[in-house]
Design a protein. Structure first.
Length: 456
């Protein structure tokens, strides 16, 4: 018997009867829809009401499953979605998975298939609760944001992460600070064979050597001044699960040497103890440093580097993912507006243009901070440029531009070219940012000869 709530959406009466029968027999609470329109009306009006799984038909006469997935993504509704179809198509399967579908089944499917998926979903739900409680107990922050993206560059990273998740190899996630390395690590764990076990994280740069060693390996009572009780370390707590070492490039040589033994031998000795403990852990690590250069400079052990870096993933900075900025900004706005109980529905075109054109050196973390600040300062229901911390930087840049006297035509040409680049050379998106008709933009592009600049 299960304890959970499932939403079913299918236009085939027999499928609805079949699923209703087998799922209610397992003690599940159901909500059934026979059309995509009815489902979306419900989701838009009242959300998910803590539902655990959505079983969604891909072929329906009003709204198909792919379009519903896209709408769910835009609404930022977090629920595992399983696509059901009688038409076995690898293309629709890939498209569904890219849009964030949890799984994909072809009709007719045995009840064991649905039960297997349901068990994984409910186990993951309980694991997330347990992991969150454990992190609170250990003082470890949880990842704050889900993966939100539309760019091809991040989609490639996402697909590679899902692929390497199936192995048990160690992975190093590279990228600038604030690009979402912990979220990718969490994604790898949650889609790995260890998904039913714990996923724990530790920031190696945030702790002194003594505290980092104690947090990782644990200690016995009396091991050092202040060690009044026995403390279980993260290596012990992560047994059979995954341990994410954030900012591993900042780990001292002495801790590196002790960690290497864990990776090589699968055992360790708690601080102050004499007994060896054996563990089975998958290690994921992240750093914003060039580990190869750190190895050349003898600041990072070469043997540890090769043990950790079986597979590496590079996360592009936000300035190379301009297509994602609007999606991420909307996600953060919804989050903070709800938290503050404010009726803030979006951004003015000028604010959106400012967000897209800014370089975001602090990446997603800086963007989230900017949106939180704007949500606090705005007085209406739309975020305006002056409430964004990047507005003053933009003003200063504009003042600097006035030192160079050029024609109005040159200013217009350069501005359109800048917006096109910021929009990833997507004309429709650029026209929306410029607040002009697409045909007007096409005429300007032809007039200024911008097609040679790569506009699409």
């Amino acid at each position: 018997m299960y304890n959970g709530r499932v939403i079913i959406c299918d236009d085939e009466v027999e499928i609805l009867r079949y699923l209703s029968k087998i799922l209610t027999a397992k003690g599940l609470e159901l909500e059934v829809f026979s059309s995509g329109t009815a489902l979306m009306s419900c989701l838009e009006n009242r959300g998910l009401d803590d539902s655990d799984l959505l079983l969604l038909d891909v072929k329906m006469p009003d709204l198909d499953g792919i379009e519903i997935l896209q709408r769910i993504k835009r609404l930022k509704l977090e629920i595992p979605v399983v696509i059901m179809t009688a038409y076995a198509s690898i293309n629709s399967a890939i498209e569904a998975m890219k849009l964030g579908a949890y799984d994909y089944v072809t009709k007719p499917f045995p009840k064991e298939k649905i039960f297997g998926i349901l068990e994984k979903v409910l186990e993951r739900k309980e694991l997330l609760k347990e992991n969150s409680a454990l992190k609170d107990e250990l003082g470890i922050p949880s990842a704050a944001s889900p993966l939100v993206f539309a760019s091809e560059s991040f989609r490639e990273v996402h697909e590679m992460a899902l692929l390497v998740a199936q192995s048990d190899s160690n992975v190093v996630v590279l990228g600038e600070s604030g690009t979402g390395k912990e979220l990718i690590a969490s994604l790898i764990h949650s889609n790995s064979p260890r998904a039913g076990e714990r996923f724990l994280t530790i920031n190696c740069a945030a702790l002194s050597d003594t505290l980092l060693e104690s947090q990782l390996f644990g200690h016995v009572r009396g091991a050092f001044t202040g060690a009044i009780n026995h403390q279980k370390g993260l290596l012990d707590a992560a047994h059979n699960g995954t341990l994410f070492l954030d900012e591993v490039g900042d780990m001292s040589p002495s801790i590196q040497a002790k960690l290497l033994r864990v990776l090589q031998e699968g055992d360790f000795i708690p601080v102050g103890d004499t007994k060896t403990k054996t563990v089975d852990i998958r290690f994921l690590a992240a750093t914003n440093k060039d580990l190869e250069e750190e190895v050349r400079q003898k600041r990072f052990r070469e043997d540890l580097y090769f043990r950790l870096n079986v597979i590496s993933l590079y996360l592009p900075p936000l300035r190379e993912r301009t297509e994602d900025i609007e999606l991420l900004a909307s996600h953060f706005l919804k989050k903070y507006a709800a938290r503050m109980k404010r009726e803030i529905t979006g951004f003015t075109p000028e604010a959106l243009q400012l967000l897209v054109s800014y370089s975001w050196p602090g990446n997603i973390r800086e963007l989230e901070n900017a949106i939180e600040r704007a949500a606090i300062l705005t007085r209406g229901n739309l975020i305006r440029p002056e409430t964004l911390p990047v507005w003053r930087s933009a003003q200063a840049a504009e003042l600097k531009q006035t030192d160079r006297l050029v024609s109005l035509e040159t200013v217009e040409r350069e501005h359109i070219l800048h917006v096109l680049k910021a929009a990833g050379n997507n004309k429709s998106r650029a026209a929306r940012i410029l607040d002009i008709a697409r045909r007007t933009l096409d005429r300007k592009i032809e007039e200024f000869g911008l097609d040679d600049a790569g506009a699409l």
